[in-house]
Design a protein around this ligand. Structure first.
Ligand SMILES: Cc1cc2nc3c(=O)[nH]c(=O)nc-3n(C[C@H](O)[C@H](O)[C@H](O)COP(=O)(O)OP(=O)(O)OC[C@H]3O[C@@H](n4cnc5c(N)ncnc54)[C@H](O)[C@@H]3O)c2cc1C
Length: 492
């Protein structure tokens, strides 16, 4: 039987394993950690459950179709509900805004709150939809780099030049061309952080992200985000995919420019195909040491990382929902500090995710489980212990002032994740959340393809390669890999 090896049991690794198994391959996943899911993991501390990584769930159909691929009823593995509120926003001057999922309500409320004409907001959202409709199938659902064999990179670049896509202006410039109110601009600028980029650098085409949220919705998985990786892992086990945990892949075996297996700290394996779900940078640097690496691709700027404080909170806050954002008063300076000065900003935008709002058992009665995150630079050897203390002080002072509380006295338990730990736990180079940043016009072309150009039978999936980071794109990368790997009968 033809064999495929997957390095890493992140969400893209699990999804690739499932899809290759469906194609008839005998699949073994080798995972360094003792658990599946990579960044999609969780902890429980003093009665509080915390999702450690992703908190926002979009495009659930990409999860559901994996169960359907095996004729399984998704509901027997995984359930989720659509959110009516997208996010609660807070500003230092006391203004608050609740973004509803219902588009017409959103437009009406935003028009009143930010004093912008209804027609202008509608026009903006309509243009975002066009951007998505024009580009999604080309840039997200296929191997861009294989397409270029019959559609030249130059042609693709010309497509991008179409004015409507706003590729030549930044997201901030695009948003300012629609809105006068700096708060509404800031609200739409924040979508740059969905792929770890700066709104002042990333192109205006990224405004398709709010379209995705509004058109397709935002969701909450029953039992929390961790259920996404756990349920797919269970499906893979049920189908007979083999998982070997606590095993560190140290080398990909290359013979005659062809991947033929791997060596771990415990043993060697032979295979017909190797798929790396490990970040592409360490894959080349550590597992393919003797091979020529695509240095230009690997040297791209990395996406932002994060500092996350997981706090058990001894109170409930009716004014908060699942997703809450407390904006910095100086957004431009915040991103300059993250990407150029590579440190944490003194007035950071604070994101609070509270799953106990949806899943009451995630916190003791009368309490809440706060996932409090600020964007920060990747790990460049900064003094993270000092930066964590500074960040905590800034976050508490901001939340105290806006929510009129004494937060320090409400924190009953604490766990902290920083870029160094993210890098240690998942091998993400510099602790980046989303692989490379999209701070250039042509970021889509610069991401590593889902296959190796020089080594046969070697493929790549996950957040550091095409089409990008975040759960939906990771799941799409697995789909692309499965399309690229030949059918068994063609291979044999
Ligand atoms: C704090 C945080 C917040 C985020 N928020 C969101 C969000 O709200 N929504 C969203 O969609 N996305 C979010 N993301 C991004 C999302 O988590 C990632 O894009 C996605 O989970 C990456 O999945 P992956 O399959 O690429 O790899 P990973 O999850 O990085 O997994 C890679 C796996 O490979 C294993 N591995 C590495 N090297 C080896 C080796 N040598 N041998 C064996 N195994 C190895 C690792 O141990 C790991 O398990 C967030 C990420 C973080 C960290």
């Amino acid at each position: 039987m033809a064999k495929a090896l997957v390095i890493g049991a992140g969400i893209a690794g699990i999804a690739s394993a499932l899809r290759l198994h469906k194609k008839g391959y005998e699949v073994t996943v080798i995972e360094r950690n003792s658990y599946p899911g990579g960044k999609l993991h969780a902890i429980t501390q003093k009665g509080y459950r915390f999702d450690l990584g992703p908190s926002l769930f979009t495009m659930p159909h990409l999860v559901i179709e994996l169960f359907e691929l095996f004729d399984k009823n998704p509901k027997s593995y995984f359930n989720y509900k659509r959110k009516k509120t997208i996010c609660n926003y807070f500003w230092d001057d006391g203004q608050r805004f609740t973004a509803t999922a219902a588009k017409n309500d959103f437009i009406q409320n935003a028009s009143t709150s930010f004093n912008e004409p209804i027609e202008q907001i509608s026009k903006y959202l309509e243009r975002n939809k066009k951007k998505y409709d024009l580009t999604a199938s080309l840039f997200l659902e296929k191997s861009l780099h294989k397409l270029s064999t019959y559609l030249s990179v130059q042609t693709l670049k010309s497509i991008l030049q179409i004015g409507i896509l706003d590729v030549t202006s930044s997201l901030d410039e695009t948003n300012k061309s629609y809105f006068k109110n700096p708060k509404l601009v800031q609200l739409f600028n924040r979508y740059a952080t969905y792929n770890g980029s700066s709104p002042y650098e990333t192109p205006g085409i990224m405004s398709m992200i709010p379209h995705l949220e509004m058109e397709y919705g935002t969701f909450f998985p029953e039992g929390g985000m961790h259920q996404i990786s756990l349920s797919l892992y269970q499906l893979a086990l049920d189908q007979g995919v083999q998982f070997n945990f606590n095993e560190n892949v140290q080398e990909i075996t290359i013979k005659n420019h062809t991947a033929s297996g791997i060596t771990t700290n415990l043993q060697s394996y032979e295979a017909d195909f190797v798929i790396s779900n490990m970040d592409v940078y360490p894959t080349y640097k550590y597992l393919l040491k003797d091979q020529k690496a695509p240095e230009k691709t690997l040297s791209q700027e990395r996406s932002s990382s994060a500092l996350i404080f997981y706090w058990g909170i001894d109170r409930e806050f009716p004014e908060l929902d699942l997703h809450n954002i407390f904006f910095s008063a100086d957004y431009k300076n915040e991103f300059d500090t993250i990407f150029n000065k590579k440190t944490v900003f003194e007035d950071p935008t604070v994101y609070i995710n509270i799953t106990s709002k949806e899943n009451p058992s995630d916190a003791p009665t009368g309490h809440e489980n706060w996932f409090v995150m600020i964007n920060c630079p990747g790990n460049y050897g900064q003094d993270w212990e000092a930066l964590k203390q500074q960040a905590k002080k800034h976050i508490i002072s901001k939340l105290d002032s806006i929510l009129k509380i004494d937060l320090d006295t409400l924190i009953t338990t604490e766990h902290i994740l920083d870029p160094v730990q993210i890098e240690t736990d998942t091998s993400s180079y510099r602790g980046a959340l989303y692989g490379a940043a999209s701070n250039t016009q042509f970021a889509a072309f610069l991401r590593h393809p889902n296959f190796s150009r020089s080594i046969k039978n070697l493929y790549f999936c996950g957040g550091s390669v095409h089409p990008g980071g975040g759960i939906p794109l990771c799941l799409l990368s697995a789909k692309i890999v499965a399309d690229l790997v030949p059918k068994i009968k063609d291979h044999e």
